[in-house]
Write a protein that binds this ligand. Sequence first.
Ligand SMILES: O=C(O)c1ccccc1NCC(=O)[C@H](O)[C@H](O)COP(=O)(O)O
Length: 213
Amino acid sequence: MKFKMFIKVCGITDKKQAKQIEDYGATHIGVIHFEKSPRHININKIKDIKENLQKSKLVAVVVNPTEDLVKKLLDITDIIQFHGDESLEFIKKFPKERVIKAFRIKDENSIEKIKPFVNENYLILIDAYSEKEYGGTGKQINQKLVLKVKNLTDRFILSGGLDEKNVYELIKKYKPFGVDASSKLELKPGIKDLNKVKNYIINAKKAFGEISE
Ligand SMILES: O=C(O)c1ccccc1NCC(=O)[C@H](O)[C@H](O)COP(=O)(O)O
């Protein structure tokens, strides 16, 4: 995957919001296909969102899916984000350039789990750990653990509690390949506050040097 910068907004459920967020300059729009999430949307809604997008890539977020489901989602989206406990062996069944592997970072052991995926050159996303939810928690990752990931690879997407206020500083601090945000940009689960989304994208673009400060 080659992008000048990577700015993802996740948990989109509405095609008009998706288009507006693309127009603000998000490079990636994330949709959740996981029934236990309050942001879950079905295949038909995902297709609707995809048809309405022009420039941005559509990312389908899944948790421990079957192979058949992944194939179905690859037919209608651009990228699959594996956000559960999927093994390297399982994700190797799909084209590497269309895969993001997410890791919920809890402790040193979480860093060990990343290593085989980094060695195989997978694009990884790091998120905060929660006992209750797989993602979209609004929690930030412990700073020391982000730095440990940074020591392993520069090619990571930072997520977990990002918003329009902290994204600039976090990009400057950790210099990630990309950023991803969801719940702190919401009015309620699945519905974004478009003003916050716009400012998150502007501030991320400034930090990536895409627009002047
Ligand atoms: O957002 C969800 O509901 C969700 C549910 C299950 C797995 C993943 C989920 N979200 C994935 C994302 O990529 C979120 O953007 C990421 O977890 C960061 O969320 P937040 O801390 O709310 O910005």
